[in-house]
Design a protein around this ligand. Structure first.
Ligand code: FAD
Length: 312
């Protein structure tokens, strides 16, 4: 089923989850275990993140420095295939602009369609530290709205070689940032570009994580004012370590409520309980506000989130 069908058919609250493909060399056993744990809780769907390669520097045995392009987490498409076909759960493949040529994107969409995966989340990804353009102009998409346009073309049977082929049908989601994307001038500019993504065919939006629900409510209100009418699903994360109080804001450019910081700093040994109780409060508040689809960034730790889901 498509994500938009899940959303439109939601009567009781539905939870979806986001997992990472295994690190190269790790094997698939651990991720299968995570998916099995989620399966028991009837997830609406499961997203699988995508990861661009990056340039790494290594020293050879004779001390010479070599550079190579390395992908730490390959396997997005195959993990989606496992979720879809081994577990019978709808999978959402993340697709990136950065690090992927338009041709690679097209081929990935063909692979996904063969696997029966009907859902993708179109994302820009972060800047690369090497040149993927390979000297040729316009081989990659620069922004998520361009990627959404490419997928929209493929949905109409329009492929890169200008030949009409059998159309591939995908439900496309995109990302948004209640606390503004780091590269954006302000929220209004961000929302203007978000509108472009919806105009390019995005049927729903998933937000970046936030720890203060008011940020989400204000953001949704601004989107509605800007006539963005598609569902906006909140993305939620469990705070799991004291260190995350500092690193989550650094990495994801989000705020950390003072009340949460104070609670953690006064009893750091109870971080898991505090994180779980905060997330539970966020979830209940969202449900009370009539938000029935919630998305959890799992980071492959199913246990601590499912503890909360059980209680809810
Ligand atoms: P865009 O919508 O392209 O926006 C990027 C920035 O450019 C914004 O500041 C926007 O305002 C601006 N902008 C947009 N369009 C234009 C335009 N046409 N012209 C000029 N400026 C423009 N990253 C990964 O690498 N892998 C993942 O799997 C992944 N999953 C994610 C899942 C979610 C739910 C979220 C919220 C983020 C995820 N990310 C992932 C991170 C994301 O790729 C980065 O935050 C990235 O910097 C922005 O992606 P985007 O799709 O929102 O970009």
């Amino acid at each position: 089923m498509k994500v938009i069908e899940h959303i439109n058919n939601t009567v009781n609250p539905k939870f979806s989850y986001e997992i990472l493909p295994p690190q190269k060399g790790e094997g698939i056993t651990k991720i299968i275990d995570v998916i099995s744990q989620l399966k028991a809780y009837d997830p609406a769907w499961i997203n699988v993140t995508s990861h661009a390669s990056s340039l790494i520097k290594e020293k050879t045995s004779n001390g010479e420095e070599i550079k190579r392009v390395y992908k730490k987490r390959p396997g997005t498409i195959s993990v989606c295939g496992v979720i879809q076909n081994k577990f019978g759960i709808d999978a959402v493949a993340h697709m990136l602009c950065q690090g992927f040529t338009r041709e690679e994107t097209e081929n990935a969409l063909i692979d996904l369609s063969y696997l029966g995966v009907e859902n993708v989340l179109a994302l820009r990804g972060d800047n690369l530290n090497y040149d993927k353009e390979l000297g040729q102009s316009k081989r990659t998409n620069s922004y998520a709205n361009e990627l959404a346009c490419q997928i929209h073309d493929i949905k109409r049977g329009k492929f890169l070689d200008n030949t009409e082929y059998y159309p591939l049908d995908f439900c496309v989601g995109v990302a948004s940032y209640p606390e503004k994307h780091v590269l954006s001038l302000d929220t209004d500019t961000d929302i203007m570009y978000l509108k472009k993504k919806v105009a390019a065919g995005a049927e729903y939006i998933i937000t970046q994580m936030f720890f203060d629900n008011h940020k989400y409510y204000e953001f949704v209100a601004k989107c509605r004012e800007a006539r963005i009418d598609v569902p906006i699903i909140p993305g939620l994360k469990l705070l799991k370590s004291v260190k995350q109080l500092q690193i989550l804001p650094e990495i994801f450019h989000i705020g950390m409520p003072i009340e949460l910081q104070d609670e953690v700093n006064s009893a750091p040994e109870h971080i898991i309980e505090i994180g779980q109780s905060w997330l539970k409060k966020q979830v209940y508040d969202l449900l009370e506000h009539g938000v029935n689809n919630l998305h959890f960034f799992l980071m492959n730790d199913a246990k601590n989130i499912l503890d909360i889901v059980t209680k809810i």
